[in-house]
Each structure stands twice: as C-alpha cells, then as structure tokens.
Design a protein around this ligand. Structure first.
Ligand code: HEC
Length: 161
C-alpha cells in the first residue's frame, strides 16, 4: 500500500508541469515601435525616468478582465529627451525576482546599432549601470504599484478593458 502511494506521488510529481519562464531575447524587441503605445508628458519630479516626454510600449494586452500581466508581457519605456535611454520590464514568471516585483525582469535596451539589444538585465540594475544610486530602484519605485502587478502607467491600470 505504502509503495503504491509512493508510486502515485512520484508519478504526480513527474507530470506536474513546472511553471515555465519566459526568457526574453534581443529579437523579441524587434518592431516594438509598431506595438500599442502611449506618450506621457506629465513630469513626476525626482527622477529622469519620469521627466520629459516619454513613450511606453506594450507587446500585447492582457486578456480582458485579467488582474495580472501574463508571462511573456514586454513593457518598454523610451525617453524622448534625445538620450535614447530605453528601459524594459518583462514578465518572466516563475519565482523570478520573488522578493520584489514578483516575476518581473528589469533591463535596459538600445537600438544604437540599428537593432534592439539588451544592455543589461536582471532583478535589479548592475552596479555601475549609471542609473540607480541604491541598486534596487526599479524594484522600489515599481513596488508602489504592487496592486497593479508593479506596472505604473495610468493607461495600464488592470483590468484593461
Ligand atoms: C522614480 C521612480 C521610478 C524608478 C526608479 C523606476 N521607475 Fe519605471 N516607471 C516609473 C513610473 C512612475 C512609470 C509610469 C510611466 C511614467 O510616468 O513615465 C514607470 C514606467 C516604467 C515602464 C513602463 C511600464 C509601467 O510600469 O508603466 C518601464 C518598462 C519601466 N518603468 C522600467 C523601469 C526600469 C527598468 C527601472 C530601473 C532601471 C525603473 N523603471 C525605475 C517610476 C520609476
């Protein structure tokens, strides 16, 4: 009996799908200029990230009524101040970044060579990324939008109709 229970348990473990992660690649950003996007002009003082005109791009809207962004969601924000600074947050899923913005991977991307490429990526910017003073600022600021799955833009308030 015990052996049978063990066999059943092992079978169940073997067939339980692991929560799969989406590991974004450079090519996934191709054509992002054609994605749904919003321009924001209002300045929230305190960070160059929220100063001056900027555009937010979304690769695909969550299903109607969703209260979280699905794995595979790519959000990009580019600053229109001439710097070309472009940041992304990608719903990687699984237990990624579980202590902060659960499931989200942060990155900076650039198209200076003509095609979008990831400059850095991770659960926080690397030291010397020239962005954060404390190394956790993506997580800190975006945690203020925890109830909206860490996404800040007013246009992306869940559920999106
Ligand atoms: C000073 C607070 C602050 C910091 C730090 C910050 N963000 Fe944001 N972020 C915002 C706000 C506010 C928005 C909403 C859009 C806007 O007003 O520009 C936003 C929007 C975004 C968006 C568009 C999706 C969304 O949430 O609306 C991305 C992508 C993004 N940020 C990436 C990053 C990355 C990557 C980092 C770290 C390198 C970072 N952010 C650090 C405040 C911050």
């Amino acid at each position: 009996m015990r052996a049978m229970a063990l066999t059943l348990l092992l079978t169940a473990c073997a067939t339980t799908p692991v929560d799969s992660e989406f590991v974004v690649q450079d090519g996934d950003f191709a054509g992002l200029e054609t994605w749904q996007h919003w321009q924001i002009d209002a300045t929230a003082p305190g960070s160059f990230h929220t100063t001056g005109p900027r555009i937010v791009y979304l690769n695909r809207k969550p299903p109607a009524g969703a209260t979280a962004f699905p794995v595979g969601t790519i959000l990009v924000k580019t600053l229109l101040n001439g710097s070309g600074d472009t940041f992304a947050m990608v719903k990687r899923g699984g237990s990624y970044n579980a202590d902060w913005a659960i499931g989200w991977e942060w990155m900076e991307i650039t198209n200076k060579t003509g095609a979008w490429q990831i400059v850095w990526r991770g659960n926080t910017p690397p030291d010397g990324a020239g962005y954060s003073e404390d190394g956790v600022s993506c997580n800190l600021c975006h945690s203020m939008a925890r109830s909206n799955d860490y996404v800040q833009s007013a246009a992306l308030k869940l559920p999106i109709p």
